[in-house]
Design a protein around this ligand. Structure first.
Ligand code: SIN
Ligand code: FE2
Length: 226
């Protein structure tokens, strides 16, 4: 799917009313934005699509090269998925847990990622990987850079669903002060360009109940990996 530069944010999904978003935009870096509530119109068709992915590639807790088990549970869809084990971080076409290719990226997810990227000046972004992180209360993501992708000209598009989180958005060095950005259900963060390698993470999730998703936060992170 190719979206032209000035394409309005309308998509004819399943022949129904086109989805569109009029999100409030907050700039958090020279090339980084939070699109408040941008994903909300997509949530209804997105949840069954994510469930279908998870039926094929269930959540699992991966181990880092340093031997730590990640507190967020992870899955992926797309032509490649991100994995980690004692040997390192990498993208793989096969889910190491099932030995099968990762589930294809559902069209509704692709459309949402493309719409958000387009809104922030990346109209040609076509992700090939969508990481799905599940945070139960107490789970966190330590400060890290997304740098396992081959071509860093493409942004990271990160969709938050479920209970809220505090996103840490640091600088290009680990020691740089990180700003705290509260992320709610439906918010999207996009970072690219000069901000592409900024450190980021998630503070331990506080217990809460979301009307649709219960006591969990789901994060979908789209990248062009290969
Ligand atoms: C990540 O950096 O992979 C996830 C960020 C998030 O959960 O918002
Ligand atoms: Fe990340």
């Amino acid at each position: 799917m190719k979206l032209e530069g000035n394409t309005p944010l309308t998509f004819d999904l399943f022949g129904n009313e086109p989805l569109q978003s009029q999100a409030a935009v907050e700039q958090i870096g020279p090339c980084s934005w939070v699109l408040r509530g941008f994903a909300l119109p997509w949530v209804q068709p997105m949840l069954p699509a994510v469930q279908a992915v998870l039926a094929q590639a269930p959540f699992r807790h991966m181990v880092t090269p340093g031997g730590f088990t990640m507190s967020a549970a992870l899955s992926s869809c797309g032509s490649v998925g991100w994995t980690t084990d004692r040997h390192g971080y990498r993208y793989s076409a096969v889910d190491p847990q099932t030995g099968q290719p990762w589930p294809a990226m559902p069209q509704v997810l692709m459309e949402l990622a493309c719409a958000a990227a387009s809104e922030t000046g990346f109209p040609d972004f076509i992700p090939d990987a969508c990481l799905i992180n599940r945070y139960l209360p107490g789970a966190k993501m330590s400060l890290h850079q997304d740098k396992d992708e081959q071509d860093l000209q493409w942004p990271v598009v990160s969709v938050s669903l479920g209970i809220s989180a505090v996103f840490l958005f640091g600088g290009l060095e680990r020691k740089d002060k990180a700003r705290r950005v509260a992320l709610q259900h439906g918010d999207i963060v996009v970072w690219g360009g000069v901000d592409r390698l900024r450190y980021h993470g998630i503070l331990p999730i506080k217990p809460a109940e979301h009307p649709l998703l219960g006591e969990q936060r789901i994060n979908l992170t789209f990248r062009k990996a290969m």
